[in-house]
Design a protein around this ligand. Structure first.
Ligand code: ADP
Ligand code: MG
Length: 482
């Protein structure tokens, strides 16, 4: 019988080989083993459930056709899933794999699962700690990030307390996944890592893993290249708390997203905790599959906002304590008034201040703070001119710059004109009247109207929003290069 099934499967493979590319064949079909042929049903063994789902999702038609060709119209395909070590360690009920719904209606074939309980052999662990024989995952955490030194304020209260809850009961709260989002330098990485560290503090037996999106993507690319997607997926199943930082970088990486989707599902199904960070709310993540975004919304998305003055002071003070320095309160106030949008900059100023004062054997006073801050904060508002903005926008929309001051009502000219006014208002210190003057002597109410129109567009038109974000970046960048 064994020979029968092998022969039939080999015939199938020949057909399949003609229909898929070499890489896919190697990845998805070579690892399959024929098990038996029974009553018109060919049973094949696949390495894990992920593998099965992938086959069903991508190759169901091909498999259907191939099996019919070999076994006639009544031919059926059944899967047997090889259990991994991870699976064996899990409680028994988790071995009772259910038929994913999608499988049945799509194929019309009966799928049966017979978890084999066979040892899958060694699971390759890309985060192995050298020298430790037992499978132990290095969590890749920076232990200096914890919740105690993540200062609480209105700006982060929800995210921080959700993080606390998750760390006490990973996988056991409604916050799964926990998505922490916010602008750069507001503490996403700190908070995400702090949760990981707290989990380990409460329960060192938990397997926690922090991975940047970039690293994750590279691992997947590598694994595809080396035909080891399965090993990687199996490895990720071992994790109790998975932290993926900066998921906006999954943008347009279809393959990575697909594999991440499966890893996510498996972890989630098994009650494992997933923590993600992003520079924007999940709904605004572009270039991401809708099914992933909908998964991200299952749990809680909590944002980190710019800290208010009091919180900035508390953060600065805690960093001063850590560095063991004392700064006159007048100076720390001055710093917190001037550095408003970014905690990382706040820290940067502190570090520079300490360095400057040590190097020059100088006291930390307001004068020194002023000098240091000047190097840090590009005083964009004062340096950007309306003309500069007009040039840049006109250039972007391919409109002669004079037209911005003219009377043309052509749609793209109007958009360029209104956007220039909006950016001028936002990024310079000029008054509404002064701005109106620079657009062919328009009235200040026209400027207000333009700003409002642009704001409405920003709220409704993602593509336009992208354009504006890009332009703003360009303006800031050009300036910082000067
Ligand atoms: P992000 O990942 O959002 O870009 P980070 O987590 O790297 O930001 O934070 C930047 C710096 O600011 C880090 O050194 C972090 O410790 C610090 N930081 C941010 N928010 C807080 C906070 N609430 N309390 C203490 N430090 C903070
Ligand atoms: Mg970060």
């Amino acid at each position: 019988m064994v020979n029968d099934c092998t022969a039939v499967w080999n015939n199938c493979l020949q057909t399949i080989r003609r229909n898929v590319n070499n890489q896919s064949f190697k990845t998805w079909f070579e690892p399959i083993r024929p098990v038996r042929l029974d009553d018109g049903a060919l049973t094949i063994q696949v390495p894990n459930k992920f593998f099965y789902e992938w086959l069903e999702e991508h190759y169901v038609q091909l498999l259907k056709m191939t099996i019919r060709k070999e076994l006639g119209d009544g031919g059926r395909l059944e899967y047997q899933i090889l259990m991994s070590k991870a699976g064996q360690q899990q409680p028994a009920h988790e071995n009772q794999l259910r038929v994913p719904q999608a499988a049945v209606p799509k194929t019309g074939k009966k799928k049966s699962y017979q978890p084999g309980g066979v040892d899958a052999g060694n699971i390759k662990n890309p985060f192995i700690i050298p020298g430790i024989k037992k499978l132990k995952v290095d969590p890749q955490l920076n232990t200096s990030y914890n919740l105690d030194n993540f200062i609480e304020g209105d700006c982060n209260r929800l995210a921080r307390s959700a993080g606390y809850a998750v760390s006490k009961k990973p996988g056991g709260t409604a916050f799964n996944p926990l998505v922490v989002f916010g602008d750069v330098g507001l503490g996403k990485t700190h908070l995400a890592q702090a949760i990981g560290n707290e989990v380990l503090k409460s329960d060192p037996t938990k397997t926690v893993l922090y991975v940047s999106c970039e690293k994750f993507t590279n691992q997947i690319i590598e694994s595809i290249k080396n035909n080891a997607v399965n090993d990687l997926v199996n490895f990720y199943q071992l994790v109790d708390v998975l932290i993926v930082d900066d998921i906006q970088f999954l943008k347009n990486k279809t393959k990575t997203q697909e594999i991440f989707f499966h890893i996510f599902n498996q972890l989630h199904q098994h009650g494992k905790q997933i923590i993600l960070t992003s520079d924007r709310p999940p709904k605004d993540l572009e270039g991401l599959e809708a099914r992933l975004i909908s998964r991200f919304k299952w749990g809680l998305s909590a944002d980190l906002q710019v800290p208010d003055f009091e919180t900035r002071r508390a953060i600065l003070e805690s960093k001063m304590m850590k560095e063991g320095v004392h700064i006159p309160s007048q100076v720390s106030e001055y710093i917190c008034y001037n550095i408003q949008n970014n905690v990382r900059e706040l820290e940067g100023v502190l570090v520079s201040l300490i360095a400057q004062s040590t190097l020059n054997n100088q006291e930390i006073d307001i004068d020194l703070a002023k000098r240091v801050i000047k190097n840090f904060v590009k005083q964009i508002n004062k340096e950007i001119s309306v003309e500069f903005i007009q040039d840049l926008v006109a250039n972007h929309f391919d409109v002669p710059v004079e037209k911005l001051s003219g009377k043309t009502r052509k749609r793209h000219v109007v958009v360029a004109r209104q956007l220039s006014m909006y950016l001028a208002k936002k990024m310079t210190d000029q008054s509404l009247k002064a701005i109106g003057d620079m657009f062919g002597g328009r009235d200040h109410s026209t400027v207000i109207y333009s700003c409002k129109t642009v704001q409405d567009l920003l709220d409704t038109d993602m593509i336009f929003k992208d354009t504006v974000v890009e332009l703003e970046k360009k303006i800031k960048l050009t300036l910082s290069e000067h």
